[in-house]
Write a protein that binds this ligand. Structure first.
Ligand SMILES: Nc1nc2c(ncn2[C@@H]2O[C@H](COP(=O)(O)OP(=O)(O)O)[C@@H](O)[C@H]2O)c(=O)[nH]1
Ligand SMILES: [Mg+2]
Length: 216
């Protein structure tokens, strides 16, 4: 089976719900107590689209978004960016624009941009209109999605769209860092969440098998 493997980085201001979205997608319960200091983490996830398997390596920051100088290590060699803001906090939408400028300056290869307006369950406090966010996504050649990690709404579309866009990107001759190979593996692996500590070579892997929901 043709496999396309890419790195996806999740960026946005602290508190917009990045970790909640990622954790929600791999099937854990929504948590109100996610530590911003657990260390960097990524999970891998397979999504099959037609005759292609897309393997996403999703990198979440762990509070380092407060220290912008630390973030380049996350987006180095990234093929897609999930740019998350909180629809009830206008400054978090502006912050997305800064991340995009930074990515445009520092990432050489074409990239998939997926803008995510999170916390739609707080719609009565909305400060960023869907139209404005949609327009911005169009302007940068990206897609716009809205989600609620609290209510588990709209999240799957974000990841499936990212996978589809990575397949398109794999056909772009300017793309060199996406891994494309034939895989003989016939069974799908469960998504896995890996806590990665740059100072610890024995990083641990959490088995998500206890969680019934799979992303693939
Ligand atoms: N109401 C609501 N709260 C959310 C949602 N997503 C995350 N949160 C809350 O927002 C806070 C920050 O979430 P977190 O995932 O740690 O944000 P991060 O700093 O971007 O990773 C936490 O208190 C979450 O419970 C959502 O969709 N709706
Ligand atoms: Mg976080």
């Amino acid at each position: 089976m043709r496999t396309v493997e890419g790195k996806v980085v999740v960026l946005g201001s602290q508190g917009v719900g990045k970790t909640s979205l990622v954790v929600r997608y791999i099937g854990k319960m929504f948590s109100h107590h996610i530590s911003p200091t657990i260390g960097a983490s990524f999970f891998t996830c397979n999504i099959n689209i037609d005759d292609t398997r897309v393997k996403l390596q999703v990198w979440d920051t762990a509070g380092q978004e407060r220290f912008r100088s630390m973030v380049p290590m996350y987006y180095r060699n990234a093929n897609a960016a999930l740019l998350v803001f909180d629809i009830t906090q206008y400054f978090t939408f502006n912050s997305i624009k800064k991340w995009v400028s930074e990515l445009e300056r520092n990432v050489d290869e074409p990239m998939v941009y997926c803008i995510v307006g999170n916390k739609t369950d707080l719609g009565t406090h909305r400060k960023v209109s869907r139209e404005e966010a949609q327009q911005y996504a169009n302007d940068i050649g990206g897609k716009y999605f809205e989600s609620s990690a609290l209510h588990d709404e709209g999240i799957e579309d974000v990841f499936v769209n990212t996978a589809m866009e990575l397949i398109s990107l794999s056909k772009d001759p300017l793309t060199r860092s996406l891994r494309i190979y034939d895989s003989v593996e016939s069974t799908l692996r469960s998504p896995s969440l890996t806590h990665y500590d740059p100072n610890d070579s024995s990083s641990s892997e959490i088995d998500p098998a206890q969680n019934s929901k799979q992303c693939c």
